[in-house]
Design a protein around this ligand. Structure first.
Ligand code: SF4
Ligand code: SF4
Length: 226
């Protein structure tokens, strides 16, 4: 899922200050799972903004809507219809959702209410962990299904750096992380051992071609190409 976190109320307030009728648009998939942009968070943000504008002596009409997936056009019919009737939309979907919605609302400004962070999973209650950076050349087959690009603090490809202590990454000390993060390479080692795949651990992985990450990437299925 895509993980994001809500922008500060003051930043959001500054973005939408010049508009009277505002629609807050949530997305009930990824950003709902990380408690940042789902239906519940739409209601909370609407209340917080009403209070903030009220304290500033300003009156705004704040409407609420939430859709199943803001990044897919077929799910946007209702929010587009509602967005055409307001002065501005505040989307609390991920950046992909904000852009998909903006593309369907040529006359209504669409502002981002979240900071989109990464592709990840819920590792424990209230903790979301980055699991993928969309590097375009997945190597999970040789790392036991654990991503060294995103989960090793140095994105190392050929084993640990030597800084790990008791199975934990040395980044915990300098960054004072709480909860601390494990050494991804220790996890990869243990996983490959459990799978009896230690031959994969011994293979030298060549450097990645990071140039693939320097341009907007798209995936086009061959049967969809004209
Ligand atoms: S190697 Fe990691 S960053 Fe690259 S695609 Fe696979 S999971 Fe994502
Ligand atoms: S301690 Fe482990 S996870 Fe941390 S940077 Fe070194 S190899 Fe990567």
């Amino acid at each position: 899922m895509i993980v994001g976190t809500r922008k500060a109320i003051a930043e959001i307030q500054a973005m939408i200050r010049g508009y009277d009728r505002i629609l807050i648009a949530g997305c009930d998939t990824c950003v709902a799972e990380c408690a940042a942009g789902g239906r519940k968070e739409v209601a909370e943000l609407a209340a917080a903004l009403q209070l903030a504008f009220c304290q500033a002596g300003e009156t705004k009409e704040v409407q609420e809507i939430s859709v199943d997936r803001q990044c897919i056009h077929e799910f946007l019919l209702d929010v587009v219809e509602a967005g055409e009737k307001v002065d501005a939309v505040l989307s609390i979907a991920c950046g992909a959702g904000v852009q998909a919605l903006a593309a369907r609302l040529p006359k209504t400004p669409v502002f981002p209410g979240l900071n989109t962070l990464f592709i990840g999973e819920t590792s424990e209650r209230g903790v979301w962990q980055e699991n993928c950076r969309g590097c375009g050349d997945c190597m999970l087959a040789v790392t036991g299904g654990i991503c060294p690009v995103s989960r090793c603090a140095k994105s190392l490809f050929n084993g640990p750096c030597g800084g790990a202590s008791n199975g934990m990454c040395e980044i915990n000390i300098s960054k004072k992380l709480d909860p601390p993060v494990p050494c991804a390479w220790q996890q990869i080692y243990e996983r490959l051992q459990a799978l009896d795949q230690m031959d994969a651990f011994m293979k030298i992985v060549p450097p990645k071609d990071w140039s693939q990450g320097e341009q907007p990437r798209r995936v086009i299925r061959p049967d969809q190409q004209s």
